[in-house]
Design a protein around this ligand. Structure first.
Ligand SMILES: [Fe+2]
Ligand SMILES: [Fe+2]
Length: 310
């Protein structure tokens, strides 16, 4: 049988290009983000991201999931710079982007604000959410929790319309036999981040997971390696994984840059094993390499997970 290699990275915080900030931004949340970026830019380094991407590409994953915060203050110049970066990363049908709060700071109105990224949002040819991409028996449900927020807040929200569509998609028999992966920027886990950074409709999303189930949830936003679970139907536990930033030096209290390789191994007897390989920057050596690996799901029984923090 086949192994599907899904790479997960997040929170790129690409350096803003010149012209990404203008006088119009002086009265907006972008000013605060600009100030925050001055503090953060030493932590998020393009050369670190380049090393992580080189390591990721050397492993030739079947698909790449990016769970948001490609930009810092969501200007048009940053959207365009991120689009150019995504084009260089690989074919759009092999890369799925779930936007983050930093990608939706000002003036965002629904999916239209991500029009420049449409080829990486799904196969629908539109900037709408959720979208489902099926690749070799793996169904990727791409959600968008990125919404504009008041200054000093970094909350996320799916909204009732998106939750209703997700309800219908997760219940669709067309995806019943697929390995179902949800992509979302904000962790759908109570207490995973401070309240001002949390997902507002977390309970509603977890209620959908409890009703319909899923096989795996991948998120970013926390800039931490996180392993948790969400209850599924019939006592099953759905693994929920967060990956640290892919560009971090690791000098501000968060881990250095990482990406996760998720190996979805459909076995001949009908069982399944999902393994997670954490790779990234070793701050002591400045080199990228394997940081740890563990079995996440065995024999298709998430409740038998042997998950440990990588
Ligand atoms: Fe972030
Ligand atoms: Fe974020």
């Amino acid at each position: 049988m086949s192994i599907f290699h899904l790479a997960h990275l997040s929170d790129l915080h690409l350096p803003p290009p010149k012209g990404a900030f203008g006088w119009r931004d002086l009265l907006s949340k972008r000013l605060l983000s600009r100030i925050a970026w001055r503090r953060k830019h030493r932590e998020h380094r393009p050369e670190v991201l380049a090393a992580v991407i080189a390591d990721l590409k050397a492993h030739a994953p079947d698909h790449i999931a990016i769970t948001g915060d490609l930009t810092n203050y969501a200007s048009l110049a940053e959207y365009e710079a991120a689009r150019v970066w995504l084009e260089a990363l690989g074919p759009a049908h092999e890369i799925t982007v779930s936007p983050g709060n930093h990608d939706a700071l000002v003036g965002a109105k629904g999916g239209d604000s991500f029009a420049a990224w449409t080829p990486w949002l799904g196969d629908d040819g539109a900037a709408t959410f959720p979208q489902v991409r099926v690749r070799d028996g793996v169904a990727l449900f791409n959600l968008c929790s990125a919404v504009p927020t008041a200054p000093h807040l970094a909350t996320g929200r799916l909204g009732q319309a998106q939750l209703d569509r997700l309800d219908a998609l997760l219940g669709d028999p067309a995806y019943r036999d697929a390995f179902r992966v949800l992509l979302i920027h904000h962790p759908p886990v109570p207490g995973a981040v401070a309240r001002r950074k949390s997902l507002e409709d977390l309970d509603a999303l977890r209620a959908l997971l409890a009703r319909h189930g899923a096989d795996l949830v991948l998120h970013g936003h926390a800039h931490e390696a996180m392993v948790s679970t969400a209850p599924g139907p019939d006592g099953a536990m759905i693994p929920v994984l967060g990956v640290p930033s892919a560009s971090a030096l690791g000098e501000r209290g968060h881990p250095a840059a990482r990406w996760h390789g998720v190996e979805i191994d459909r076995q001949a007897h009908g069982g399944i094993e999902v393994r997670l390989v954490a790779r990234g920057l070793d701050p002591r050596t400045g080199q990228t390499g394997e940081l740890g690996r563990y079995v996440l799901i065995q024999a298709g029984r998430p409740d038998r997970s042997t998950a440990q923090r990588p």
